[in-house]
Design a protein around this ligand. Structure first.
Ligand SMILES: Nc1ncnc2c1ncn2[C@@H]1O[C@H](COP(=O)(O)OP(=O)(O)OP(=O)(O)O)[C@@H](O)[C@H]1O
Ligand SMILES: [Mg+2]
Length: 303
């Protein structure tokens, strides 16, 4: 089922088209990554979806509501550069955020502890001043304010880009957990982060969606055609045999591995494995390289 549909959405600034007639829909209860280099238009799209910026053209429809209806009650948003008042405690900040989202004081008090538990802010830290928090803790607090009103969809703009490896791990783990409960749309230019937590991808380049779909589907589509083989010795002998397969277009030896390029990965795989079994080849490595998101992105952008 779809949670959100975007139709012919554009955003023009005076001299710049930041988003150019994009069209996509988001499946519910998934984690979707919006990937693109600096200036691709990620923040612009996310701010429009969060109801903070008006599009120049196009509509956003949320699960059965009228197009361009006020969807803010259903959406939680963490900006790319969140600003906190360092003198506030985490609890004061959540109380303030809850009331901004039109929760009553008593509802917010109750929700605050639930949300602190959910994002993993300890009981002691809840009443600490925010300026004592690490980057990772601040980002958890940012996510806490975004989910205080129990939204159906959580929008996170570059939630891990500014964090060190420990903070990044903490926040990615938290996203893994939250995606069981709500749809998450997050932007990143770090492909490894998208690879780690997202189920679906939207690739954005110069304000256009240039590719989209389920991670597994895109992997299959951009599957590379390389197999790496290791043998106990005599790589050259095996190389000659593999070169005799008509679908093998290239092979070379590098760092004790035989790298084989083929036009038909399934056929070459079965040929190699049959030969290896029949002739008792001393195989030590057999791996088919997976298309990384980076390969995919470079291919799409250079088309
Ligand atoms: N208020 C504005 N006025 C004019 N141009 C703008 C404005 N906001 C954004 N832009 C331009 O629109 C384009 C898209 O910007 P946006 O911030 O959406 O990109 P982004 O993908 O989020 O980039 P980053 O990875 O750097 O955060 C950029 O070229 C940017 O310079
Ligand atoms: Mg941005």
């Amino acid at each position: 089922m779809e949670i959100l549909q975007v139709n012919h959405l554009s955003k023009h600034y005076k001299t710049k088209t930041a988003v150019n007639n994009v069209q996509f829909s988001l499946p519910s209860e998934k984690c979707i990554a919006l990937i693109g280099p600096n200036g691709a238009g990620k923040t612009t799209i996310l701010r429009i979806l969060a109801g903070l910026l008006k599009p120049s053209e196009g509509t956003v429809s949320f699960q059965g509501l009228d197009a361009n209806a006020d969807i803010r009650p259903y959406i939680g948003y963490l900006p790319q550069y969140p600003v906190f008042h360092g003198w506030m405690t985490a609890r004061e900040f959540l109380m303030y955020s809850g009331q901004l989202a039109f929760l009553s004081k008593s509802e917010t008090t109750k929700r605050a502890d639930e949300v602190f538990d959910q994002v993993g802010i300890t009981k002691e830290a809840r009443d600490e001043r925010i300026n004592r928090f690490s980057g990772g803790m601040k980002q958890r607090l940012g996510i806490a304010q975004a989910i205080i009103h129990s939204p159906k969809m959580l929008i996170l703009d570059e939630p891990v880009s500014s964090l060190d490896p420990i903070g990044r791990r903490e926040v990615l783990t938290l996203m893994e957990k939250l995606k069981q409960e709500m749809t998450i749309l997050f932007s990143t230019h770090i492909l490894g982060d998208a690879e780690e937590v997202s189920d679906e991808l939207l690739l954005l380049h110069n304000g256009d969606i240039v590719e989209s779909g389920a991670m597994e589907h895109l992997r299959a589509k951009y599957q590379t055609t390389k197999i790496e083989l290791g043998f106990e010795s005599n790589l050259e002998t095996y190389q000659q045999q593999l070169d005799s397969f008509p679908e093998v277009t290239n092979s070379h030896i590098d760092r004790n591995l035989l790298h084989v390029t083929t036009t038909d990965i399934a056929k070459t795989r079965s040929n190699i494995l049959q030969l290896a079994a029949n002739k008792n080849w001393p195989l030590t490595t057999f791996s088919i390289s997976r298309a990384t998101l980076e390969d995919m992105f470079m291919k799409v952008v250079n088309q």
